[in-house]
Design a protein around this ligand. Structure first.
Ligand code: PBG
Length: 331
């Protein structure tokens, strides 16, 4: 514990710091700014369904509709988006070959966005699950996920997305050694500026359920042999340390609100730590608000503020536009 001095009452009256909104603002320690928010966007084929039954207020965008949505986010102060494609079932295979197609949905989206809103940073998720018939992030052999063979595919997936113009890539698959393999390949292929933002901590969580509907995943089984057991602190910190050593520029921790302790502990490494307020967190707030149990905007704001207070530098949130808008109207 630090040796901070707290004077006894009445030398110190802490309520003095809370007496009016101006005083509270003067003493506010943590802030949420639109630049802190990263906006995830689902993409669909033009003839696919926009509506996502599990995530009220979120839709999938056809590639042609992206410039308008991305421009709107940019004008609200959002500087990075994270793309998730919903691959048609007919293109999902056991070898995930659609991931390497230079004309696949995500590559079309990256090109479209970089051509229309070039200053918006385009981040992409790296994992094979949008492309595998079984919905796992890696190749499956005899019921097991094949780590090293999956890494070779992830590296190809990364190059495909980078060659389409992605500014940063976010591996979410949790294979051992993938950050090192990706960083080495980016160096070897002359892409030294590509941001590598690793999900070093991705807990095997129920809170990804609404997202899986969003991307149309037909997951067979669970992801517990690669995503981290939410009971583990030491293992989580070792994963962060290893990912930084392997070449990650920043670390993502998810889910957000259930990981505040880990976000706080991760500050010791000195690397940028980001949080992801995942689909389940979003859905809980939205559904509670729809039933008038919670005020939606205030709940989002308080959750995002708490993530920042714990130490999250940036937050990926489906409510990014909504909150950025609120921040503009209240300032
Ligand atoms: C896929 C991926 C998932 C999420 C982000 N990337 C789902 C999963 O691992 O099954 C979840 C995000 C969310 O719930 O908002 N690798």
């Amino acid at each position: 514990m630090s040796k901070k001095i707290v004077a006894p009452y009445p030398n110190l009256r802490l309520r003095r710091l809370r007496q009016s909104s101006s005083v509270r603002e003067l003493f506010q320690e943590t802030h949420v700014h639109p630049h802190d928010l990263i906006y995830p966007i689902f993409i669909r084929e033009s003839d696919d369904e926009p509506y996502i039954s599990t995530m009220p207020g979120i839709q999938r965008y056809a590639v042609d509709a992206l410039p308008k949505e991305v421009e709107a986010a940019y004008s609200l102060g959002i500087r990075a988006i994270l793309l998730f494609p919903k691959t048609p079932n007919s293109l999902k295979t056991d070898d995930a070959k659609e991931a390497f197609n230079p004309k696949n949905l995500i590559c079309q989206a990256i090109r479209k966005i970089k051509a229309s809103v070039p200053d918006m940073l385009v981040l992409t998720d790296v994992a094979l699950d949008p492309y595998t018939s079984h919905g796992h992030d890696g190749f499956v052999k005899n019921g097991k996920i094949e780590n090293d063979r999956t890494i070779e595919a992830l590296v190809k997936q990364v190059l495909n997305q980078v060659e389409a113009g992605a500014d940063g890539i976010c591996p979410s698959d949790l294979m051992d050694g993938r950050i090192q393999a990706i960083r080495q390949t980016l160096e070897a292929k002359n892409h030294p500026d590509v941001l590598l933002i690793s999900y070093a901590i991705k807990y095997a969580s129920v809170l990804y359920g609404p997202f899986r509907t969003g991307v149309g995943a037909n997951l067979q089984g669970d992801k517990k042999t690669y995503q981290i057991n939410p009971a583990n602190v030491n293992e989580s910190l070792r994963s962060i340390q290893q990912n930084i050593m392997e070449g990650a520029d920043a670390i993502i921790i998810k889910p957000g609100i259930t990981s505040l302790d880990i976000i706080a502990k991760a500050q010791d490494f000195g690397a940028p730590i980001w949080a992801y307020q995942v689909s389940g967190e979003y859905a809980m707030i939205k559904y509670a608000a729809q039933h008038n149990a919670l005020d939606e905007e205030k709940t989002f704001y308080e959750m995002l503020l708490s993530l920042k207070r714990a130490g999250a530098g940036k937050i990926i949130t489906y409510a990014a536009k909504e909150i950025a808008q609120r921040l503009h109207s209240s300032s």
